[in-house]
Design a protein around this ligand. Structure first.
Ligand SMILES: C[S@@+](CC[C@H](N)C(=O)[O-])C[C@H]1O[C@@H](n2cnc3c(N)ncnc32)[C@H](O)[C@@H]1O
Length: 390
């Protein structure tokens, strides 16, 4: 069995292992009854000898555990699904993927929403890592997430998980950039500053990074409150300024963040990041009104816009697809993924662009693809394009 679906599956598996995003993999449904082996499960484990793939071979009456290096483990998985078993289910933090083979040799690849959105632990001890500690945390108390004794309020548990998940995701991306000196981070539309405080705290106090962070927010009351909390927490290099995303004057932006900035405010933030030549742009879009209102489909896709909810979802997809493509066109290698389960927030997409280089021919190709998508959906201009032209 050597086929396109298998190759796609192995690519996705390899990525999930390399990104430590694999939760578990289960190989099942034996092709022949040649032994009492029922299924094979695999997960990532950290041992003294390094990070490995842990295989558990489940037999009728016993389980046998073996650890392999990643490359060897991937080869074993490929061999098992090609020769020994019909089905394999891969569970990652961002998706579930099943590869199902039939007796006649047909193969189907099915992708579904993720069942698990965090890995319990990469270690044997199964202690869940919290990036931000609740105990003795001044800003979490001031923001109403924790009680004075450090216990998280029951109704704030989701917010606390979201804060940790966000730091868990962003901290390695910042570390990858390998900044040698000061890092200037701007959080556009910082709101109450939950995530701004948490990221600053982790980078400064856990990773000892030389960071300067600014939250930009147009609601003055929030800016004042956040500055007071920052002072109480002794966060000397974290400040909040009152102003708009588009116009606030910021000298240096190495990393630009915009989480749930409304509608085109996300475009304004991306625009600021591109213009400042930021090394990293991270945004979680909020509502997507501009494309929804400007879209005018006059081809067979018009059935989509007949239904309000489908039009809305389609507009979200087109908005964020074009954002990512425009970022790519400006040299940002871009990823879009769900950063937290929908049970915690429905606005859970994250767009991450890392500054790289792009050839003239790639840029031209992106431009052509952007134009054809816009034509297909009857869209004259994406707001981000308009900003970049100005
Ligand atoms: C939904 S809140 C998100 C707050 C925060 N980023 C978070 O994720 O917790 C969006 C914030 O962005 C601010 N905002 C929206 N558009 C803005 C703009 N153009 N300039 C400055 N702030 C803006 C709003 O006032 C609001 O506080």
């Amino acid at each position: 069995m050597e086929n396109k679906q298998l190759n796609i599956f192995i690519d996705r598996l390899t990525n999930s292992i390399e990104n430590k995003d694999l939760v578990k993999l289960v190989i099942s449904k034996k092709r022949q009854n040649s032994s009492d082996l029922k299924k094979i499960s695999a997960s990532i484990v950290t041992l003294n000898s390094g990070t490995k793939l842990k295989f558990v071979y489940t037999h009728d009456t016993k389980d046998i555990t073996k650890n392999y290096d990643f490359a060897e483990g991937i080869n074993k998985i490929k061999h098992s699904i090609t020769n020994e078993f019909f089905n394999v289910d891969l569970f990652t933090k961002t998706e579930n993927i099943s590869l199902i083979s039939s007796k006649k040799g047909k193969i189907r690849l099915i992708t579904k929403e993720p069942t698990f959105f965090t890995i319990e632990s990469l270690n044997h001890d199964k202690i869940k890592k919290r990036y931000i500690k609740a105990e003795g945390n001044i800003y979490l108390k001031e923001l109403g997430i924790t009680k004075p004794n450090g216990e998280v309020f029951h109704k704030k548990i989701d917010k606390f998980k979201q804060i940790n998940r966000y730091v868990e995701l962003l901290a390695p991306k910042l570390e990858e950039l390998n900044f040698k000196d000061e890092i200037h981070i701007v959080d556009m539309g910082s709101g109450k500053g939950y995530l701004t405080f948490a990221l600053y705290d982790y980078l400064k106090n856990e990773l000892s990074k030389d960071i300067y962070m600014t939250g930009v927010e147009y609601r003055e009351g929030l800016v004042n409150t956040c500055n007071e909390i920052s002072k109480k927490a002794n966060f000397n290099n974290l400040r909040f300024v009152q102003g708009t995303i588009e116009k606030t004057n910021i000298d240096r932006i190495n990393v630009l963040i915009a989480l749930h900035a409304c509608d085109t405010a996300t475009d304004e933030a991306i625009y600021r990041g591109i213009k400042a030549d930021a090394s990293l742009i991270v945004c979680a879009p909020c509502c997507h009104k501009q494309v929804r209102m400007d879209m005018s489909i006059e081809n067979e896709l018009n059935q989509i816009v007949k239904h309000g909810i489908l039009k809305e979802r389609q507009a979200e997809i087109i908005t964020d697809t074009l954002r990512a493509m425009i970022m790519e066109m400006h040299g940002y290698r871009t990823n879009i993924f769900e950063f937290i389960s929908t049970e915690h927030t429905p606005k859970n997409l994250m767009i991450v662009g890392k500054k790289s280089t792009i050839s003239d021919s790639e840029r031209k190709e992106y431009q052509e693809q952007i134009e054809s998508i816009k034509k297909l959906f009857g869209l004259k201009e994406h707001y981000l394009e308009k900003l970049l032209k100005s």
